[in-house]
Design a protein around this ligand. Structure first.
Ligand SMILES: C=C(O[C@@H]1C=C(C(=O)O)C=C[C@H]1N)C(=O)O
Ligand SMILES: Cc1ncc(COP(=O)(O)O)c(C=O)c1O
Length: 285
């Protein structure tokens, strides 16, 4: 961790009564910082504000958030990094009832860019097929809220480094997303990504990739995919704000795919031109 600010001041302690700690009563955003600037900021903030709306959280002063975030990111001296914004309902009494008059807590945490091997982009990754299923809760679906125990349980299912990410399914067995990424498949040149109206996180990078696909003339649709169908598609890749696009070459049930496939490569090139994730110089050793 490079630096942490709480409510605009250097600090690393919150109240033991903070509802983010007590009940996961809050939201977070994990933002790539390239050249000292938080990337895809507007879409991260849009998701945060949607979460505030649905959780009936007092929204943050987004201008202040931008000012604080860019000031904190100066500590990177122009190198790439990760800015994690955590926003809770603040300190409240015991019990689930959300107090009406809390002051939200905002935490900004700046850390170094992850040192992932370049092979994850160039050759693809292998996914672990997780047993943990995502619960369906439309009121929370799509939000990046602080209740991440499903991801903790799913990620605890493996420790073999050959699996760079996990694939998680809904209660009926349909693949939804990764443990910390979204899922894409390519079938006859068409991009398909599962719906997230009942579970999962609506990734900012997922949204960006759908827009890039549109600009490239790659047809894209949101559609459920069963695991048997996913096994037969032409290409699979995962996305998040830090990884960008990781082609998938294998699943732990011995399914394999061509990685990176031609559509995946086109999208990776477009993403690299966009510059919202670091190039090979930073982090992609
Ligand atoms: C879990 C966090 O954020 C998620 C994890 C990653 C990652 O490890 O690549 C990227 C973005 C998020 N999906 C976090 O603690 O920031
Ligand atoms: C469970 C989950 N799904 C998907 C994503 C991808 O979201 P984003 O593209 O905003 O990083 C993340 C990361 O935040 C995540 O934790």
């Amino acid at each position: 961790m490079i630096a942490t600010w709480i409510n605009g001041k250097p600090a690393d302690r919150i109240s033991c009564g903070d509802r983010g700690l007590a009940y996961g009563d809050g939201l977070f955003e994990t933002i790539a910082v390239v050249g000292g600037r938080p990337q895809l900021w507007d879409w991260h903030i849009e998701r945060l504000l949607e979460g505030c709306r649905r959780l009936r959280l007092p929204p943050p002063d987004t201008g202040l958030l931008w000012e604080e975030s860019t000031r904190l990111c100066q500590e990177l001296d122009g190198s790439s990094g990760v800015l994690k914004l955590t926003y809770t309902r603040g300190t409240g009494g015991r019990g689930y009832a959300p107090p009406g008059n809390t002051t939200p807590t905002r935490i900004l945490a700046l850390s170094a860019w992850p040192q992932w091997p370049a092979s994850r982009w160039e050759e693809g990754v292998a996914l672990f097929l997780c047993q943990t299923r995502l619960a369906e809760q439309p009121q929370l679906a799509g939000l990046k809220h602080l209740n991440r125990l499903e991801q903790v349980l799913a990620r605890a299912e493996w420790d073999d480094p050959q699996w760079a990410e996990g694939l998680v399914r809904d209660p009926s067995g349909g693949p939804v997303e990764g443990v910390s990424s979204n899922l894409f498949a390519v079938v006859h040149g068409r991009l398909i990504t599962p719906p997230l109206d009942r579970c999962g996180v609506a990734g900012v990078m997922r949204r960006n990739i759908m827009q890039l696909a549109d600009k490239l003339g790659v047809p894209a649709e949101v559609r459920a995919l069963s695991l048997p169908v996913l096994r037969t598609v032409d290409e699979v890749f995962m996305s998040n704000s830090l990884a960008g696009i990781w082609p998938v070459r294998a699943l732990s049930d011995r399914t394999t795919w061509t990685a990176p496939g031609p559509v995946t490569r086109r999208l990776q090139s477009a993403l690299r031109r966009q510059g919202v994730v670091p190039g090979p110089a930073q982090g992609e050793k």
